[in-house]
Design a protein around this ligand. Structure first.
Ligand code: NAD
Length: 360
């Protein structure tokens, strides 16, 4: 039985509550003797600021670098909102992604059929939706220099820079095509090549990389059209590959197709160590109330088994366990509808862990 070292960074807000449920799932996997784990907890975000004065302390960086994979809850909250930008909790996320060289962020948006009524779109539009957004994560406008707010001609000027190097586009395109190969063999590359030169290059390089993937169908779409098409007819998409900022926005739109932010996991890969986290934030408005949905975090554990531990069968089993619990009618508040059984975070974690025992 293989042993994996996992860095467990619960973070702030609902982070500790949802992480606790993910650990229940790991416990079942261990009890079923599929794998064993060495869990090392570390501080990140606001809780790290409280103790060390910075959001991503050296101690946590060392812990992360010694792990086989990193499981993250969420960071941030109103308590730290007035801090100077460079030491805000969210800066830790950028530092973590950079440290791990995790340049490819995979965000699946898949509808669980029992939740079809939880989507704000018509059932026939969302039924069967299964999109994988591949977002570039360590470059683009979130990192480009120069940046900042300066004084120019007597007024303040805000500056950010959209910059992509050829190798950065090449490597994310490869991840997208490889991902599509394991799915329905279609990639839609999203850019704004009619306005932004950096994405003219994006389109050119993606098209060049595509030459090595003749079995994959490639299309290109402007980001404004893509936003519209996601709402109009999402089933047309299989894999979408796009820049850091466009991916950030489009993947949240995709998330809503499936009912709730609380359902969606993510994997950030490309470096030696993978990072797994729910796509939502620390939800300070519901923290400590036992109402947060832990499924996004539990499904992030699933992705960890596929992408870091090469055990995709465990992700399939976790997915099946979640499906079973939803079919039995259990819902956290964010996905609850009339006639279904409302449960809290803890109970949802227990139910999925129990269901997993029968799926492994
Ligand atoms: P959010 O994702 O935390 O919350 C948005 C809304 O969704 C809230 O109403 C929240 O209650 C709800 N929600 C989120 N996760 C949920 C879950 N698991 N179950 C049920 N409901 C859930 O986004 P926000 O409110 O814009 O940000 C809150 C804080 O989180 C901010 O400090 C922000 O900077 C930070 N943030 C962190 C991350 C991260 O850690 N990866 C990502 C986004 C935002």
């Amino acid at each position: 039985m293989e042993n994996f070292k996992i860095a467990v960074l619960a973070g702030d807000g609902i982070g500790p509550e949802i992480m606790k449920q993910a650990l229940k799932v790991l416990k079942v996997i261990e009890q079923k003797k599929k794998a064993s784990f060495e869990l090392k907890e570390g501080l990140i975000g606001g809780c790290a600021i409280d103790k060390f004065g910075i959001p991503f302390p050296e101690e946590t960086q060392q812990l992360v670098l010694k792990a086989d994979a990193v499981l993250l809850g969420a960071v941030g909250g109103p308590k730290w909102d007035n801090l100077e930008f460079s030491i805000r909790p969210e800066r830790a996320l950028l530092g973590l992604r950079k440290l791990l060289q995790a340049f490819a962020n995979l965000r699946p948006a898949k509808l669980y059929e029992p939740l079809i009524e939880a989507s704000s779109l018509k059932p026939e539009v969302v039924s069967g939706v299964d999109i994988m957004v591949v977002r570039e994560l360590t470059s683009g406008i979130y990192f480009g220099e120069p940046r900042g707010i300066i004084e120019e001609e007597g007024e303040r000027v805000g500056i950010n820079t959209l910059k992509y190097r050829e190798h950065e586009i090449k490597r994310i395109a490869k991840v997208a095509f490889d991902t599509a190969r394991k799915r329905h063999k279609r990639v839609c590359s999203v850019d704004k090549a009619n306005v932004l030169e950096a994405t003219v290059l994006w389109r050119e390089v993606v098209t060049e990389v595509h030459k090595d993937y003749p079995d994959i169908e490639l299309s290109h779409m402007y980001v404004d059209n893509a936003a519209m098409q996601i709402i109009r007819w999402p089933k047309q998409f299989d894999v979408m590959v796009t820049t850091n900022i466009f991916g950030d926005i489009l993947s949240d739109a995709c998330a809503m197709l499936t009912g709730s932010l609380g359902m969606l996991p993510s994997a950030s890969i490309g470096g030696k160590i993978g990072l797994y986290e729910p796509i939502h934030g620390s939800a300070p408005d519901i923290a400590g109330q036992d109402i947060a949905n832990p499924i996004a975090t539990i499904n992030s554990v699933g992705m960890m088994f596929t992408h870091s531990f090469n055990m995709p069968e465990i992700e399939v089993a976790i997915d099946k366990a979640v499906q079973m619990v939803l079919e039995q009618g259990y819902r956290t508040k964010d996905i609850w509808e009339k006639g279904k059984t409302l449960v809290g975070t803890e109970k949802m974690g227990d139910l999925i862990a129990e269901a997993l025992e029968t799926c492994l």
